[in-house]
Design a protein around this ligand. Structure first.
Ligand SMILES: [Zn+2]
Length: 280
């Protein structure tokens, strides 16, 4: 049922080769491929020259007839600007896989997401069986904080369910002379930021509905500097309240009050450090 196509691939070692990647899958018929999407192994190939594993990065169509979903999964870098671009992108993708829309099945809700993580976020909402199977594990399994030494970016918080594996990027604050200016504070910041992300993130949040609407209210009353999504904004505020408490409290009293109340909440998912190993 799945459709595969050959792609030309170039590895960072310089080797060029061709490999097959999946362009279309029907979740009910290809449970193995669905599992591979959840774990991050989907459309990954191994360089025949250096052995390094790499993602093909092609866009593909994920179909799920039970939940009536047709989801185009594009690369994060394909994100179009504005509504028009999105429409055009769907048209382009659709014409590529035209034949699969003539198999008699209803396409259901047609959606576009950018990146595997965005697909998982969507499936946790739209696929109740997946949510049932994963929610408990996502909340109980420890999260791992990966902070690379040196200048290799701020790192990730890794969440794992039964099958789901997701990496949430960590961020440093935007102000260059802000709370993460020196290396010691940078580490402290990233630890606090990942703790915040552990509490509230798009896959498995410990905030209930009441607290989420409370957080929305606080964000409206005291908007963050710059454009930030609710999760990034939460993690950043959590980090500021830990690393730069005095200034944070003075500048954002309502946010500080809200986070103080959350400090008493029980978060059963522990965050453990993970060392960056050799690449591959
Ligand atoms: Zn290679």
């Amino acid at each position: 049922m799945a459709l595969k196509t050959e792609y030309d691939i170039r590895c960072s070692c310089g080797a060029a080769f061709t490999a097959e990647a999946c362009e279309y899958l029907l979740a009910e018929h290809d449970p193995g491929l669905k599992d591979a999407i959840l774990s991050g192994e989907f459309n990954r190939v191994r360089c025949p020259s250096c052995g390094h594993g790499l993602a093909v990065g092609n866009s593909y169509l994920y179909r799920d007839e039970t939940n009536r979903l047709s989801v185009w999964v594009c690369g994060r870098e394909d994100l179009p600007k504005g509504k028009e671009g999105r429409k055009e992108l769907i048209e382009r993708l659709r014409s590529r896989l035209e034949c699969h829309y003539t198999d008699g099945a209803e396409p259901g809700k047609e959606l576009v997401v950018f990146g595997r993580e965005a697909l998982i976020e969507l499936l946790l909402k739209e696929d109740p069986a997946l949510r049932r199977n994963e929610a408990g594990h996502l909340k109980r399994n420890p999260a791992f904080r990966l902070i690379p030494e040196g200048g290799n970016g701020p790192g990730f918080l890794l969440l794992q369910g039964r099958k789901i594996r997701v990496a949430i990027p960590l961020h440093l604050p935007g102000d260059p002379d802000g709370p993460a200016a020196d290396p010691g504070n940078r580490r402290k910041w990233l630890k606090a930021y990942s703790d915040g992300m552990n509490i509230h993130n798009p896959y498995s949040s410990f905030l209930d509905r009441r607290r989420i609407s409370g957080w929305d209210r606080v964000r409206k009353e005291e908007p963050p500097g710059g454009l930030k999504g609710e999760f990034e904004d939460f993690a950043e505020s959590w980090a500021r309240s830990r690393v730069d408490a005095r200034r944070f409290r003075a500048r954002y009293p309502e946010r500080a009050k809200f986070l103080d109340r959350l400090s008493e909440m029980d978060v059963p998912r522990k965050v453990r450090p993970l060392r960056a190993g050799p690449r591959g």
